[in-house]
Design a protein around this ligand. Structure first.
Ligand SMILES: CC(C)(COP(=O)(O)OP(=O)(O)OC[C@H]1O[C@@H](n2cnc3c(N)ncnc32)[C@H](O)[C@@H]1OP(=O)(O)O)[C@@H](O)C(=O)NCCC(=O)NCCS
Length: 197
């Protein structure tokens, strides 16, 4: 990989394996390891002690806080925020004596555009986190999370909805809510939220 001609910042204490693609303007801080086959988009920030596993795909404009491991089988779309020390997984039933090593065993997790995963939360593998969903600090996600949902607790439950800009959505009796910050209107219908303007 030619890092220098892409205007990236790679801290001298980071380890970037061969065969890695890192987009323009991305910054990679101390003790972070990016493994072979990984592809990271532009203008991402990977904090201290982050691990990006083999063949992992990370979109652009993502922020990965300190101490996060993104294992093979996890994919992050653009603008995904991973809070400090949050945890991904890629094997559902790990046993040392019956190891499951290799891509064929890894259970996939997709985090869609704009989702935020709070500090110290855990995402049990095999689930999709919807667009602009917000996972509260310390939550344990055991199911798919719909777009714009706010999930807290263990097991994680939907306790509300948040706009693209991270404001709580208070729906009127027509099921509509307006967010001053994102300047967008949202519709709640059948327990799903979508942008309407
Ligand atoms: C989930 C979150 C977004 C909710 O924020 P909020 O809308 O301002 O919610 P409030 O603080 O008003 O709390 C509402 C209720 O939810 C509870 N609550 C808030 N966050 C919670 C969490 N992470 N887990 C469990 N319960 C939580 C509160 O105790 C409160 O309960 P109550 O109604 O019984 O008193 C926020 O608390 C959170 O966890 N943010 C993530 C922070 C983070 O990890 N940042 C990383 C970058 S440093």
């Amino acid at each position: 990989m030619a890092i220098s001609d892409k205007n990236c910042y790679i801290n001298p204490h980071a380890v970037v394996d061969d065969n890695v693609d890192i987009g323009e303007g991305t910054k990679i801080w101390h003790f972070t390891h990016v493994q072979s086959g990984a592809k990271i988009g532009k203008k991402c920030i990977l904090g201290q002690n982050v691990n990006v596993g083999n063949n992992v795909r990370i979109g652009s404009f993502c922020k990965i806080q300190n101490n996060v491991s993104i294992y093979e089988g996890v994919e992050l779309e653009d603008y995904v925020f991973c809070g400090p020390s949050m945890v991904f997984t890629n094997i559902l039933n790990p046993r040392c004596k019956y190891p499951q090593v290799g891509s064929q065993f890894y259970v996939k997790t997709l985090v869609k555009e704009g989702a935020s995963l709070g500090a110290n939360c855990t995402i049990v593998c095999g689930h999709t986190i919807g667009r602009h969903a917000m996972i509260g600090a310390g939550a344990v996600v055991t199911k798919d999370v719909p777009d714009f949902a706010l999930v807290v607790g263990n097991p994680g439950r939907i306790v509300g909805w948040m706009s693209e800009a991270g404001q709580r959505l208070n729906f009127d009796k027509e099921g509509q809510a307006y967010c001053e910050r994102s300047k967008k209107k949202y519709q709640l219908k059948n327990n799903f939220v979508m942008e309407i303007e």
